[in-house]
Design a protein around this ligand. Structure first.
Ligand code: M6R
Length: 609
């Protein structure tokens, strides 16, 4: 979850590293630090809190060396204070680390017995001590790394800089990402493409057990035995402009507004606009292979899990294929029955979520085919899957997932329609009608974005509620869960999502006049049932904020506030209803002065289990 960046090259390392850390700050922001060469001396500066405090600390420092490393932390072991901030320097070695060293207790005890002087509570510092120990025995930095790797259990990406070799950067990884950007006479090594694209679009993705040793701009790659290996260089098509705020106040706000385009891009690649059929050209699974699957298992975390829950309704009703959904952190520990006739689908924006990746590996080992629904091309999940559908939503920087979430739903709906054609559960005309309905989404989402002003104006009043309950039925139930998650994560207010019909089995006890009820009630086959549930809540004094289809006077009369979404095919409703739900969270968070893009305790990419 932490952000790592290292640089060697002609530009000022301090500038490059701080700019890289700014782009990576969404990964964690408990503390930051840099180790940069000044002449031949490696100077370390660290600061608790966000990057601004480190920037302030070193604003007058000039560093004359060619290289440095930096880190922005999401704390796992040890409080987020200065001594636990990275880099950790021991003798001539400084390291930055993302991940968890699981056997750190044993390593720590052994090092203490051997007389090592530890200066932090972290698992990370121990790696620097282990490397120094090897160097003292006469190893060079590569040999030392090869000897240390077998001693480490857990997931990690580690970047090392060495005072004795100012032109050398070394990195290695297991489980969490590490990328090497190869520029014109410069090298950028980072945990995320965002820190590299400013300098080059030529990227090498390090695999588990591999090491990169970069001397000046010459990066060489080695396997776990120290054998030199050659690696593919990927050219990526994201630009720095895509990761800027572009005049919006927050990334989240920008990303909410990007949804019409993101949804259009997700569909563009997969729809034949002439026939209005779904064509998953690059899926990586033939129709014959797809026919062999009699079940789908979806795996995801957080918002991606909600997108998967929503997709179940369409995969089962359109493609008539049984569908199970699991939270990735739970799946492996419940002894699941894995059958090769099950298509295993991972859903992840980042493609780096540790629990989802671990499930992918677990299922792959059991011989299952893996289909990845992912936003970040060449991410670990994307690389390890057998088949893929990209969401094409562009970089999502705000910790709160918005455009990636709605793009995941639409990508999964396209999968459902593709399977429906292959399995002949819908005819061509039915499919093209539904595809036409989905193609209307970008303009319908534009209409929903018009509620922005209302939420902005109403935020002060809405902030007075003591809690928020989100209600939905069918494919809108996962949107109720998503709405509550969005609100919790960026406003820190109490919110819960329920299937509307479940409320009377307990949670209705929470309802009184201080409780806001966000009721999703579009004109679909479940409309009447939803209305009954709204009446039940009204009878107990709950304040209804209803999301309904167009000018629904009846629903309007039952509600304190009414927000219309356009009339659409029912497949579109979960996506359309997501927009007001996102806007509500965003404006409440602004009203409460929360750090919208960097909410407390969170990180964008959860690369630890
Ligand atoms: O990158 P992923 O889609 O795998 O991330 C999964 C969750 O961590 C993510 O959706 C998280 O719940 C978001 N912060 C929600 O807004």
């Amino acid at each position: 979850m932490c952000g790592i960046v290292g640089y060697w090259g002609p530009n000022e390392p301090k500038k490059v590293i701080l700019s890289g850390l700014r782009r990576l700050e969404y990964r964690g922001y408990d503390s930051t630090g840099v180790a940069i060469f000044d002449q031949k001396e490696l100077k370390v500066f660290r600061s608790p809190g966000k990057l601004v405090s480190l920037e302030e600390k070193i604003k007058n420092n000039h560093f004359s060396g060619p290289a440095g490393i930096g880190h922005t932390r999401w704390a796992t072991h040890g409080e987020p204070n200065e001594k636990n901030a990275h880099p950790h320097k021991v003798d001539s070695i400084a390291i930055v680390h993302n991940g968890i060293i699981e056997n750190y207790v044993q390593i720590r005890q052994k090092l203490i017995q051997e007389g090592a002087k530890l200066s932090s509570d972290t698992d990370s510092e121990l790696v620097a001590h282990l490397l120094v120990k090897e160097i003292k025995k006469g190893s060079d930095i590569l040999k030392a790394t090869l000897n240390v790797i077998p001693q480490l259990h857990g997931a990690y990406s580690i970047l090392v800089i060495n005072e004795k070799e100012p032109d050398t950067l070394l990195a290695f990884k297991n489980g969490t990402p590490m990328l090497v950007g190869l520029g014109q006479k410069e090298v950028v090594i980072a945990s995320d493409v965002q820190a590299i694209i400013e300098h080059t679009n030529k990227i090498v993705y390090l695999e588990d057990g591999e090491i990169v040793l970069s001397h000046k701009s010459d990066a060489q790659f080695f396997d776990i035995k120290g054998k030199k290996i050659s690696k593919d260089i990927h050219e990526i098509n994201w630009t720095t402009a895509m990761a800027e705020k572009a005049g919006f106040n927050h990334f989240m706000e920008k990303e909410i507004y990007e949804q019409p385009r993101a949804l259009g891009q997700t569909m563009a690649e997969h729809i034949d606009h002439k026939t209005k059929h779904v064509v998953l050209k690059n899926l990586g699974l033939t129709d014959a292979e797809l026919l062999n699957f009699n079940r789908i298992q979806l795996i995801a975390c957080g918002s991606a899990w909600h997108a998967a829950l929503c997709a179940k309704y369409f995969l089962e009703s359109l493609a008539k294929i049984p569908c199970d959904i699991d939270i990735a952190s739970e799946f492996r520990y419940r002894s699941p029955i894995l059958e090769k006739t099950t298509l295993f689908v991972t859903v992840s924006q980042s493609g780096e979520t540790a629990d989802t990746l671990a499930c992918l590996r677990f299922a792959k080992k059991a011989g299952l085919k893996i289909l990845s629904i992912c936003n970040v091309q060449h991410s670990s999940i994307d690389r390890e899957a057998n088949a893929r559908i990209y969401t094409n939503a562009g970089p999502e920087i705000g910790v709160c997932s918005t455009k990636a979430f709605t793009a995941q739903i639409v990508a999964l709906q396209l999968l459902a329609l593709h399977l429906a054609r292959v399995k002949n559960t819908l005819n061509g005309e039915q499919i093209s009608d539904l595809v036409s309905g989905l193609l209307a989404l970008p303009s319908q989402v534009e209409v929903c974005l018009n509620h922005d002003k209302w939420f902005k104006d109403a935020a002060q009043t809405l902030a007075k509620y003591k809690g928020f309950l989100y209600l939905g039925r069918g494919a809108l139930y996962p949107i109720a869960l998503e709405g509550a998650l969005k609100l919790k994560e960026i406003t820190y207010l109490h919110a819960e999502g329920f299937a509307s019909g479940e409320l009377k089995h307990g949670p209705i006890a929470l309802v009184d006049k201080d409780m806001a009820i966000i009721a999703m009630c579009p004109k679909d086959e479940l409309y009447e049932k939803n209305i009954s549930n709204i009446e039940e809540v009204r009878a107990r004094g709950g304040q209804i904020i209803a999301i309904g289809t167009e000018a629904d006077e009846h629903l309007k009369n039952l509600s304190q506030y009414y927000l219309a979404i356009p009339k659409a095919i029912s497949m579109a409703n979960p996506i359309l209803a997501s927009i007001p739900v996102q806007l509500l969270s965003y404006h409440l968070a602004c009203e409460l002065n929360r750090d919208v893009d960097k909410p407390r305790n969170l990180a964008k990419s959860v690369t630890v289990e």
